[in-house]
Design a binder for this molecule. Structure first.
Ligand SMILES: N=CN[C@@H](CCC(=O)O)C(=O)O
Ligand SMILES: [Zn+2]
Length: 397
């Protein structure tokens, strides 16, 4: 493979505070920088004046470069449209998870090629906005074949696939008294066995404030079954109201608990003392007109944060991490630096990965160029497409 030097980087965000040329901040900023890429990996990072000889050179003309965003929470395998549900919410109708069955019906009816084409377009849309690795969940099939199909297709685009058969209880299991238990038996048995080969993670919508989602006890059963099948744990928790999700995630050593919109002091203390990342999803509160989580309080308590899109047809049909960053800064009390860290190294941590979300020798060359002199412009210029991820051929994920 040939080596390429990217020079003329006005401001390089490395997320590596130990780099000798850096400013020592958590972002590890290097001014007038360059990097060398070799076989889609970073081979050199430093000041442009010291860049080694390479086969090729590209001058970025002073643009800022950041680690590509890591989108650690998305529900991209779906068909259909729920814009009417969004409009109803904007007139005050609350979100309760009931619309997931609408997406389930449309997704079951779609062919593999239709789902693959929809997914390819959404992933390309994310890359065009600066995202590198994306986590993709199932959760709109809600039967054995369609959950396994969703994960097979998702695994064509990422290694970070998540089995979310416990998204909601599907309509066909809601009529009988034993329906919930019957569905949980299916999720923890035949469905898990069919899906585990195509998933790294298992997730559950742990939400006592939704009649369609799962209680703390039901969620624990699903997560323990997933762990028994070798899957790592993620949790949708505390989204619609106070609940057991955060405590459950921490008690089971989940990598991440996501939403965290309604937190008690005990929830925050549990998170601060754990290795579980709290993933905030600002686009969801924006699109459901819900209260924003208090990120400032979480950061000041020492909680590890991630930011992600939660791109899905029901609560946030946005694939834009720059949008999430702008909202996190404007409405959740994060500084631009904290928001960028949460959307890169923080999200990588929520995936328990150290080869992404950072610009360091040996890491993946997941690099995003900003049409701007500084990362500050991500929040300073909301809605403007300044970020795009560089492609280095058929990158792994
Ligand atoms: N709350 C659960 N799951 C998704 C929404 C799914 C949907 O409404 O289609 C979320 O993370 O917000
Ligand atoms: Zn979600």
């Amino acid at each position: 493979m040939s080596t390429t030097a990217l020079t003329g980087i006005g401001e390089l965000v490395t997320n590596d505070p130990t780099h000798p040329d850096g400013d020592g901040s958590s972002l590890g900023l290097i001014q007038d920088a360059a990097v060398v890429v070799d076989d889609a990996k970073l081979a050199w990072v430093g000041r442009a004046s010291a860049v080694p000889d390479t086969d090729e050179r590209r001058d970025l003309g002073g643009c800022a470069v950041i680690p590509s965003f890591v989108d650690s929470h998305s529900h991209l395998v779906f068909a259909g449209d729920r814009s009417a549900e969004f409009a109803a919410r904007m007139t005050g109708e609350p979100y309760d998870g009931g619309g997931i069955a609408v997406s389930m019906k449309a997704t079951r009816a779609a062919t593999d090629d239709e789902l693959r084409a929809l997914l390819a377009r959404r992933v390309a849309e994310m890359h065009a906005q600066g995202t590198g690795v994306v986590e993709i969940k199932s959760g709109y099939g809600l039967d054995v074949d369609n959950e396994a199909r969703a994960l097979r297709i998702a695994s064509e685009f990422t290694d970070e696939t998540t089995f979310l058969g416990a998204h909601v209880v599907p309509p066909e299991f809601r009529a009988s008294d034993s329906g919930r238990d019957d569905y949980l038996d299916l999720v923890c048995g035949e469905m898990l066995a069919a899906c585990a080969p195509y998933a790294r993670w298992i997730d559950v919508f742990c939400e006592p404030n939704s009649a369609f989602a799962f209680t703390g006890e039901e969620s624990e059963r699903v997560l323990r079954a997933g762990a028994g099948a070798g899957l790592e744990l993620r949790v949708h928790g505390n989204q619609l109201g106070h609940g057991p999700g955060v405590q459950l995630a921490v008690s089971l050593g989940a990598a991440s608990v996501d939403h965290c919109t309604f937190l008690s002091g005990e929830d925050i203390a549990a998170l601060a003392g754990s290795s579980t990342v709290a993933t905030l999803l600002p686009g969801v509160e924006f699109s459901t007109r819900s209260p924003y989580p208090d990120a400032r309080r979480l950061i000041d308590a020492g909680v590890q944060l991630a930011l992600a899109s939660d791109c899905n047809p029901g609560t946030c049909y946005s694939s834009s991490i720059p949008f999430a960053i702008a909202v996190a800064v404007r409405d959740m009390g994060m500084t631009p630096a904290e928001a960028l860290l949460a959307a890169t190294s923080g999200a990588a941590k929520s995936l328990r990965r150290s080869d992404i979300g950072v610009i360091r020798v040996g890491a993946r060359a997941d690099l995003t160029v900003l049409d701007a002199p500084s990362y500050l412009h991500l929040a300073y210029r909301p809605g403007v497409p300044i970020a795009h991820a560089l492609e280095w051929g058929p990158a792994a994920s």
